[in-house]
Design a protein around this ligand. Sequence first.
Ligand SMILES: [Zn+2]
Ligand SMILES: [Zn+2]
Length: 337
Amino acid sequence: MKAAALTEIAPVEQRPVRLLEMPDPQPAEDELLLEVSVCGVCHTELDEIEGRLPVSRLPRILGHQVVGRVIAKGPRVGSFQIGDRVGVTWLWKSCRTCSFCTRGLENLCEKALWTGLDADGGYAERMTVPAAFAHLLPPSLDDLHTAPLLCAGVIGYRALRLCQIEDGQIVGLFGFGASAHLTIQVLRALYPRCRVFAFSRDREHQQQALRLGADWAGHTEDNPPQKMDKVIDFTPIGQAIPLILRNLQKGGKLVINAIRKIDPIPPMDYAELLWSERTIQSTANVTYADGSEFLRIAAQIGLKAEVTAFPLEQVNEALLAVKHSRITGAAALVLNP
Ligand SMILES: [Zn+2]
Ligand SMILES: [Zn+2]
């Protein structure tokens, strides 16, 4: 099969993701074999390619927002039929027995394997996934527009849940890329009385936020019109934390939706920025329930991703466009249209 695989750790500009002819994967007894239709391109792939998030072997087929159809399955799979349309998220598999998994926190499982990091992902014509971690997709969402929901959408939904928003609160979205453009639509639908403030350095992204229902949009250095009760930080920037905290209401909560910050968080004055019962929480990965709940809500509210499609052959162009924030919305690779 045709696959775009990471062959060496290097800056994206050196094009270390190469088109290769690779053997078809074989499903294990509890796995599905998928013919991949569309695979979203995520910022996390940049971390894998450039070595900030080490893959378990090379070459590694990246991609963890996968829409595909079941073309074969192992003998122990009862839950899916040949031809079913399924989605694969970042969570490829977890142990299902540890103290985290048994509480529905597979996102914290020490033995979890992540799609495109520890197992080959969807930058290929075919891939395998354990049936227990695949999602049957609602028919109302088409392949191209579903792919970005499977990471950008699901992780944003997890961050939104961790915010514990009450309708009518003031909510900030700091950094307005693939994840925020989906999160704002869910936020608007679930909490119609909230006021939403969006922050981006990019004018086009500010415009997009206003178009999708933000009440105010400004630069990341700007002060919003009011202090905020809840803020999700989507940026990989450590400097963002004090910028956000200075505009966080007493008792407010900041949820950080990032695997890592590329620069250190600057020293901060506790009394000025954190005291008065402000809290900070990180998000890590996603659970299976995050995926299924979010896909149900996405279908209900008619969530619409803005997607720029690339053929597999242009995988490096897609990655560079994501790296340099040239995409408004999300990028995705189309494999078997
Ligand atoms: Zn991702
Ligand atoms: Zn576990």
